[in-house]
Ligand binder design. Structure first.
Ligand code: SF4
Ligand code: SF4
Length: 70
């Protein structure tokens, strides 16, 4: 089966509009694969270890995360 991963849409992601700059999608990633270094920064995914569970997709209020084939 092809691998899937979460990817951030940089045109949609607006950390300053999310919970005082704290990314709710990163908080929703229980495995800490989607990581925000500090408030106000765009979070990053490590595609090699993303489980494509979509928890982050559901938690992002701006629809800035998608699951895609890699
Ligand atoms: S919740 Fe979505 S829009 Fe907000 S910082 Fe995280 S990825 Fe970006
Ligand atoms: S799809 Fe799941 S494992 Fe991958 S970054 Fe999002 S919450 Fe984390």
């Amino acid at each position: 089966m092809p691998a899937k991963t979460a990817i951030i849409d940089f045109n949609r992601c607006r950390p300053d509009e999310c919970s005082d700059g704290v990314c709710p999608a990163a908080l929703a990633c229980r495995r800490k694969i989607l990581v925000q270094e500090k408030p106000g920064e765009i979070p990053m995914v490590n595609p090699a270890i993303c489980r494509s569970c979509s928890d982050c997709v559901r938690a992002c209020p701006l629809n800035a995360i998608k699951i895609t084939l890699v």
